[in-house]
Design a protein around this ligand. Structure first.
Ligand code: SF4
Ligand code: SF4
Length: 330
């Protein structure tokens, strides 16, 4: 059965190839929903968004792994946070990541223009950010891996991304139908990953930095975000024309939850990395990591029959895998 399962996935895993081209080239995304300009936009609050995202994760049929893990969910209950569209952190991100990184207003102006309406003021925008934790089975599988990404983790990378985009697409379409401008930056034609001299591969909208901005976590030595549910997750975010109250406190220290950065002996992520891409002296070498992750595409298509690359070994089998390390959470 396994050998017959989606043979030649580098030709037949259409979902995987579309996902890769979307990420790198901004192609194949569904059409943007149209704003219902007649509807009286309701004043939805943060609780509505937390409920909508939690409900999708709990009930959506696409939150599901494929053969040989049929019946297993990809994600468990999400963490949800909000950041205001005029938060000065978005200007800082233009320096930290690069001038190509969108502010919420820039991406919303594009959506407003698409719909023939004036762009709302930055202060009338909010970003909804969410973290989708992987299940214990997925974390355990990857923690057992030492060279190549595990099959569950690889499936979660691909199917999880597709599910996340579907979920956000449904919520954005719902909001636009109610007369509320909304946009998911990573499913627009403007979303293209490029290699920049200062920061290496980067996209014009970083879910991780937005999640930090929303107080959902801080960066570890491995560059994953360490959240109250750990580092083994996917994340997403979208911009809405609503004033949502920030619900979490953002630590000033961007590494507040990482043992090494707090002076506690750890670097377990470095010893887990098969590419030697994490060192005490130089932190996370994005280029070395990229080479290892990109090389896994061949392995995943041959062994797991899906068109995806991945690794995440440094986010599993480590003290920050499933929560803020105990020594820092007391
Ligand atoms: S494994 Fe240790 S050093 Fe590495 S990110 Fe996690 S807490 Fe930080
Ligand atoms: S994702 Fe893999 S290659 Fe990249 S730093 Fe982590 S363990 Fe190393």
């Amino acid at each position: 059965m396994r050998d017959r399962y989606r043979r030649f996935s580098f030709l037949t895993d259409i979902g995987g190839m579309k996902n890769a081209l979307g990420e790198m080239r901004g192609l194949f995304f569904p059409k943007q929903p149209v704003l219902n300009r007649q509807a009286a936009a309701p004043a939805l609050d943060g609780a509505w968004f937390a409920g909508a995202l939690g409900d999708k994760v709990a009930r959506h049929p696409d939150n599901a792994l494929e053969y040989p893990f049929y019946g297993e969910p990809i994600f468990t209950e999400p963490l949800v946070g909000f950041v205001r569209g005029d938060d000065p952190i978005f200007e800082k991100l233009k320096h930290v990541i690069g001038p190509h990184h969108f502010t919420p207003w820039e991406i919303m102006a594009w959506q407003a223009e698409n719909n023939g309406v004036e762009p709302p003021a930055p202060g009338d925008l909010s970003v909804v950010s969410f973290v989708l934790p992987f299940t214990k089975s997925t974390r355990d599988d990857n923690a057992s891996a030492t060279v190549h990404v595990s099959e569950r983790w690889a499936q979660c990378r691909l199917l999880g991304e597709i599910f996340s985009q579907t979920m956000v697409g449904e919520i954005v379409a719902d909001l636009m139908g109610r007369g509320i401008l909304a946009v998911a930056p990573d499913v627009t034609p403007l979303f293209r990953k490029k290699r920049y001299p200062a920061v290496g591969w980067a996209s014009p909208w970083s879910h991780r930095h937005v999640a930090y901005a929303a107080g959902l976590g801080t960066f570890g030595m491995h560059d994953f975000l360490i959240t109250e549910k750990g580092s083994a997750h996917r994340m997403g975010s979208f911009v809405v024309n609503l004033r949502l109250e920030p619900n979490r406190t953002r630590p000033e220290n961007i590494h507040a939850h990482c043992l090494h950065h707090r002076g506690v002996t750890c670097l377990k992520c470095a010893s887990r990395c098969p590419a030697g891409a994490i060192t005490a002296g130089h932190g996370h070498d994005k280029e070395a990591c990229y080479r290892k992750v990109a090389s896994s595409l061949r392995y995943c298509t041959a062994k797991y029959h899906i068109f995806i690359y991945g690794c995440g070994l440094c986010a599993t089998g480590v003290p920050c895998e499933s929560g803020i390390p105990a020594a820092l959470s007391r």
